[in-house]
Design a protein around this ligand. Structure first.
Ligand code: HAM
Length: 407
């Protein structure tokens, strides 16, 4: 038997209902905020992710599904959505036309991580990216949207917030941090690598020993320039005004290199060690870094598998109609009725001839509200026997007036 690859799984049964319900409602909310749907290829040039997500990140360092294709191109299954959307933004000259562009997207992402609860090698994200706005109100907008999504699904989370500074304040902080790190003995191998590539990534190392060594590290929040400081204060006051609870997390640096200023994560206590449900932030330098015209940008992505653990779609409500056939001669009529009723209703039909008991059992199994059985009487009189599986009531409905019945 061939099984799915390790860390990859099918979305089916209850999860498939939850997945659709989640995507439909996220899309609806994103559209209400003025975001449009975008879909970019799953496979991109490896260089795109190396340059955007960054060489210091675990994603580029260890987790890329990278290979040489038949045309000898160095390609990679996307580990996240932002880089591809920025590539598309530049390629389609949206950086040149200026103005505001807001996109939402969903689909599979790939990271060769060690699989565990809530951590997969193929997982799904729903994300948004907003381009062209240099105003902290846009950061607040995407956080409010994310909060609205999580509230809609009654998901309890804590919002962690930090500012990662900008090209004005970051370089002097970086020098200070490197000086501090140079005097430390005993950092883990990952941190030693990060120290030379992107020293602030050392701050969020999960290794307890490193965290102890870092307890007196200089903090970026104390070193922000006036603009970053005032933006961060404004963001907090908007969140306060809209009753969004948050915790300042001075060591939140996010696992991707492209962020500046706002960085945030929503975490949940209910899903185990992999507790980050969604994350995002501002990335004002990425468009220019990938060869486009400098463009302000901010966004987030939600980890769908982690959300599916937390939502309930209420499976017990019966809906739709199940049609079964008691006679071979009834198959054409079953087909015809199903086609008519599908214009307004959810209809399941089975053509194989079965006994009444089996037909009712199958209707019950798929949680149908009504069961119609096509037998000799129905064919002869044009009157359908219909059972309401909620109330157990038996009804007789003339085929000619099927459309008028309130199913
Ligand atoms: P990220 O924090 O790497 O950000 O991923 C966002 C979310 O994807 C995480 O919070 C988590 O829920 C989920 N996730 C990540 N890795 C896995 C995995 N291996 N298995 C299951 N779920 C996972 C980004 O990807 C950025 N592109 C977000 C962003 C958009 N920033 C700005 N715009």
């Amino acid at each position: 038997m061939i099984s799915a690859l390790r860390g990859m799984k099918d979305i089916l049964f209850d999860d498939s209902k939850k997945y659709l319900y989640f995507m439909e409602n996220c899309s609806r909310i994103a559209k209400n905020y003025g975001f449009e749907f975008i879909s970019t290829p799953i496979l991109e040039e490896t260089a795109l992710f190396k340059r955007s997500v960054g060489e210091s990140s675990d994603i580029v360092g260890k987790e890329m599904y990278q290979f040489i294709d038949k045309g000898k191109n160095d390609v990679c299954l996307r580990p996240e959505g932002t880089a591809g959307i920025v590539r598309s933004f530049i390629q389609n000259k949206m950086d040149k036309t200026g103005g505001i562009k807001r996109f939402f997207y969903y689909g599979p992402m790939f990271r060769y991580e060690k699989p565990q609860k809530g951590r997969f090698r193929q997982f799904h994200q729903f994300g948004v990216e907003s381009f062209g706005i240099n105003d902290i109100k846009e950061d607040a907008t995407v956080i409010l949207m994310l909060n609205e999504i999580l509230s809609f699904f009654s998901i309890k989370t804590v919002l962690k917030l930090n500012s990662l500074g900008c090209p004005t304040c970051m370089p002097s902080y970086r020098t200070k941090l490197v000086k501090f790190l140079d005097n430390l003995d005993g950092l883990c191998e990952d941190c030693k690598r990060r120290k030379s590539l992107n020293p602030i990534r050392v701050l969020d190392c999960k290794n307890e020993c490193c965290q102890n060594l870092l307890s007196k590290a200089p903090l970026l929040l104390n070193e922000l320039c006036d603009e970053c400081k005032s933006d961060f204060e404004d963001l907090k006051s908007i969140l306060d005004k809209f009753d969004i609870n948050y915790e300042i997390d001075v060591k939140l640096v996010r696992g991707l290199d492209y962020y500046s200023k706002t960085a945030f994560e929503f975490v949940s206590d209910d899903i185990g060690a992999q507790n980050s449900v969604a994350g995002g932030g501002r990335y004002d330098r990425l468009v220019e870094f990938l060869g486009g015209k400098s463009t302000f940008a901010v966004g987030f992505a939600i980890g769908v598998e982690r959300i599916l653990e937390l939502i309930d779609v209420g499976n017990d409500k019966r809906e739709g109609i199940y049609i079964g056939t008691l006679e071979k001669d009834g198959q054409d009529l079953a087909f015809q009725i199903a086609t008519t009723l599908r214009k307004q209703n959810k209809v399941n039909v089975e053509f194989e001839v079965k006994g009444l008991k089996n037909i009712l059992k199958n209707a019950d199994k798929i949680n149908a509200k009504y069961c119609i059985c096509i037998g000799e009487n129905e064919l002869k009189n044009g009157i359908l026997w219909v059972k309401n599986l909620d109330t157990k009531e038996n009804l007789n409905i003339d085929i000619k007036s099927l459309g008028e019945f309130q199913w």
